[in-house]
Design a protein around this ligand. Structure first.
Ligand SMILES: Cc1cc2nc3c(=O)[nH]c(=O)nc-3n(C[C@H](O)[C@H](O)[C@H](O)COP(=O)(O)OP(=O)(O)OC[C@H]3O[C@@H](n4cnc5c(N)ncnc54)[C@H](O)[C@@H]3O)c2cc1C
Length: 317
């Protein structure tokens, strides 16, 4: 029997998607052997977050009302204190900017091995973690040679938990050592233009290097407008300075899970796919019938975007 403590994430008053994915990952893990799934909700509007996280598979939610936003030192101390109280076999965190900030310190404090960037978890008499290597070209299996472990899970790999449940919700208090809280979030400044959050969009029209010239992006923007969609891109478009960084989808950009993702002139490199493979429906437009994007596309159009896109605009306008 293995208990799991999953630490959820929030930012600027909203729970991050990875929180709901952590519930699925944690529930699967305890489901392998029995045990309880505990959630740690640290900072922000903990009561509202606990209500939103009252989901099937969750046994208990522990709220820690300390601060409004993520804070490395508070998280490390809170997770350490909760772990000492609950004695979980596994501590799950997001493989996110926040998660990678505090997870190593948590593992060090609790003397746990840390496995990062998990895309699969199995508990078969011991923890087995699936990871990717060599820019996602190879999958590796890590057999954890320890009774307990800390793991960070990659966003977008597990389905977000949705089904309501009835976990217990308890406020958890501990003696926060203020002298060890060395920094506080004082404000936010968005990278790029900051006017759009592509992770919120239901429909993304995404443009890649096949667009050839900066001025041609207007054509894809017209399609996005006709569909009421948001414009995003592959990395070369951002590297060229044609769109701001906050439009980039992929491993070094954003992970998106829209209902429709329309990839135009995008080859489907692993680093791009890492950011969009969770889309419900993927449409690809590419001149190359062997482009890897077609391996994951639900609908594919082999054709020249400069012919296909104007035709689509006409259909949808
Ligand atoms: C550490 C690391 C991190 C990375 N992170 C990211 C990331 O976050 N996001 C990301 O996107 N990439 C990332 N990359 C880069 C990635 O490896 C690819 O280079 C990139 O995704 C390619 O972008 P693309 O598909 O737009 O361009 P290309 O690979 O050049 O593909 C262009 C495609 O357009 C098609 N095409 C050309 N002309 C037309 C036309 N007229 N009509 C239709 N189709 C046409 C071509 O057939 C081709 O398939 C990363 C790389 C590394 C090493």
């Amino acid at each position: 029997m293995s208990d799991v403590l999953a630490v959820v994430e929030h930012r600027r008053g909203s729970l991050r998607d990875v929180s709901f994915e952590l519930v699925t990952a944690g529930a699967d893990l305890v489901g392998d052997t029995g045990g309880d799934l505990h959630l740690a909700v640290i900072g922000g509007d903990v009561d509202a977050f606990a209500e939103a996280l009252s989901l099937a598979g969750v046994d208990a939610i522990h709220t820690v009302a300390e601060g409004d936003e993520f804070n490395h030192d508070v998280y490390v101390q809170a997770v350490e204190a909760l772990s000492e109280e609950l004695d979980p076999t596994y501590v799950l965190m997001g493989n996110t900017v926040n998660g990678l900030d505090y997870a190593p310190a948590v593992a060090e404090r609790l003397d746990l091995p840390l496995v990062t960037d998990a895309i699969g978890l199995q508990n078969d008499g011991g923890l087995v973690v699936t990871r990717e290597m060599y820019a996602s070209k190879v999958e590796s299996t890590v057999e954890v040679d320890a009774d307990r472990a800390a793991v960070t899970v990659r966003p977008g790999e597990w389905d977000a938990a949705e089904e309501p449940g009835e976990p217990t919700v308890e406020a958890f208090s501990f003696d926060l050592d203020e002298s060890r809280v060395r920094s506080r979030v004082t404000g936010f400044e968005e990278a790029g233009s900051g006017d759009v959050d592509i992770t919120d969009a239901d429909v993304l029209v995404s443009v890649g290097r096949g667009i050839e010239e900066e001025e041609n992006i207007e054509l894809v923007q017209e399609l996005a407008d006709a569909l009421g969609a948001t414009l995003s891109s592959s990395r070369p478009i951002v590297d060229n300075g044609w769109l701001p960084k906050d439009r980039q989808v992929g491993q070094s950009g954003k992970v998106v899970t829209p209902k429709f993702y329309i990839a135009i002139g995008i080859s489907g490199a692993v680093q791009h796919v890492a950011g969009m493979k969770g889309a419900e429906n993927i449409v690809a437009i590419n001149t190359d019938p062997d482009a890897p994007i077609f391996d994951i596309a639900d609908y594919g159009i082999v054709g020249d975007l400069f012919e296909v896109v104007p035709e689509l605009i006409e259909q949808f306008e």
